[in-house]
Each structure stands twice: as C-alpha cells, then as structure tokens.
Design a protein. Structure first.
Length: 247
C-alpha cells in the first residue's frame, strides 16, 4: 500500500481510515477480483510462486491463495500498520510470508528475490504513489523477477484523460463512499463524506498516470500481451506477461 514516497501511510490513523472507511466503498470491487481470478485461471493456472506488492492488509494475496491451492505467496509492504493488519489476517495461513520492503527504491528486490522467480505478481492501489520515472523502473524490476511466461496484474488508480473526467470520477466515487457509510450510519451526509474525500491526508501523494501510458511502458520494457482489462473512470486493471523462454 505504501512506500517511502508516501510516508503518510506509516500512520495508524490513515491506514485504518482506508481499510475501514474507503476500501469497502471501491466501486466494482467484486468484478475486479473476478477478473483477476479469470486471468489467473487462463494465464497462470499452475502458479506456485506469487508476489503481492504493496499488499496492504493482504486482500489480493489472500484471495489468490484461495484460488491457487499449490501456491505460496510473499506479501510486501512498507507501511507498518498495513503489515500488522496483513499478519493478523494471514496468521493461520502457512503458505504466506509477510515482509517489509520499500519498492520506492530498487533494493526491495533483495527481499523478494529469494522467493522468486514468480509465476504471478499482483499489486493493488499501491504503485500510483510513485513518481512516473520510478513506476517505469519498478515495472522493469517486476519483469526481471517474473519466471518466463509469468503474469503481472496491476489493479490501480490511474489518471483521467482530462479535468472533466476527474470531476466525473470524484462525484462517482463520493456517491459510493456515501452509500457505504450510510449503510452503517443512516445519518451520514454526502457533504461530510465529500469534504473528507477532498481533504484527505494522502491526496497529495497520489501521483497518477494514464493507463494508456503505463501500458506503453510495459510494452517498451518487454512485457507481452499487455492490455487494460478493466477501466471505470480512474480505476483500472492492466498488465501483461513475460515472454516464454526461447530455446
């Protein structure tokens, strides 16, 4: 979820606010997981080594372990509060290892490499905290850690094509946030939810890039079969595969 660039995520308050008050409101979350499951079934059905990069409380890693009975997963994050949540959620899962690593710098690979090469690497709403140059470097580092034919899937917050599109997304997302909070507290007001959204502590740490640009980077780096598999305003699932080894 966080890296050194996004140091605000070291805050227990911010991490808990996201896990309790935002993540459950993400639109089409079930569809996003269903797409990840389907792509995995077709492209990596026998995945054994899985990496969840920027794991947060481990939602993607946990989901994939439930779909891949022979897999072992390494879950990495920089945020100590998120790592504590992940360890708690996975304490009864012997096929998972939760460890600290900051993918804001290339040294994160020193933690990941002993568990690789990976058949599947996933990341959920984490890489957008990095400057564009670092995003591109990180994608190259991920490719290096994938086994031939390995899959990379990034579920991510991406940039709108225009300010008008950003306004549309904000209104859409606030609607979902309000509905989520109103289910728990019928007195919740949309104006209050909107104010919290626009003034959130992590807003300035969102360094968004268009999904088209990021897919272009993946192709230039050497990924094959690159595509955007899902896009809903500023929410996108994209990725590709490492080409198979040549004889």
């Amino acid at each position: 979820m966080a890296t050194s660039h996004s140091s605000a995520w070291q805050s227990e308050e911010l991490s808990r606010a996201f896990l309790d008050g935002v993540r459950g409101a993400i639109p089409a979350a079930d569809l996003q997981l269903a797409l990840i499951a389907r792509i995995t079934e077709l492209w990596a059905p026998a995945a054994v080594r899985v990496l969840d990069l920027g794991c947060g409380d481990g939602i993607l890693g946990t989901f994939l372990l439930s779909r891949l009975p022979s897999a072992r997963a390494l879950l990495l994050d920089f945020s100590e509060p998120m790592l504590e949540a992940a360890r708690a959620n996975l304490r009864d899962q012997p096929r998972a290892i939760v460890a600290r690593a900051d993918f804001g710098a290339p040294q994160w690979r020193d933690v990941a490499r002993p568990a690789g090469p990976f058949d599947l690497v996933v990341s959920g709403f984490a890489i957008h905290h990095q400057p564009d140059g670092r995003k591109r470097e990180l994608y190259a580092e991920i490719l290096d850690l994938l086994a031939p034919g390995g899959v990379f899937l990034n579920l991510e917050h991406v940039a709108s094509a225009s300010p008008a599109g950003e306004t549309l997304f904000d209104a859409f997302f606030i609607d979902h946030l309000h509905a989520f909070h109103a289910r728990r507290d019928p007195s919740a007001e949309r104006e209050t939810v909107a104010s919290t959204y626009y003034n959130r502590a992590d807003k300035t740490e969102n360094l968004l890039a268009p999904v088209e640009l990021q897919c272009r980077w993946l192709r230039e780096i050497g990924f094959a079969d690159v595509d955007c598999f899902f896009k809903l305003f500023e929410l996108a699932l994209f990725g590709g595969r490492k080409p198979p080894a040549t004889v």
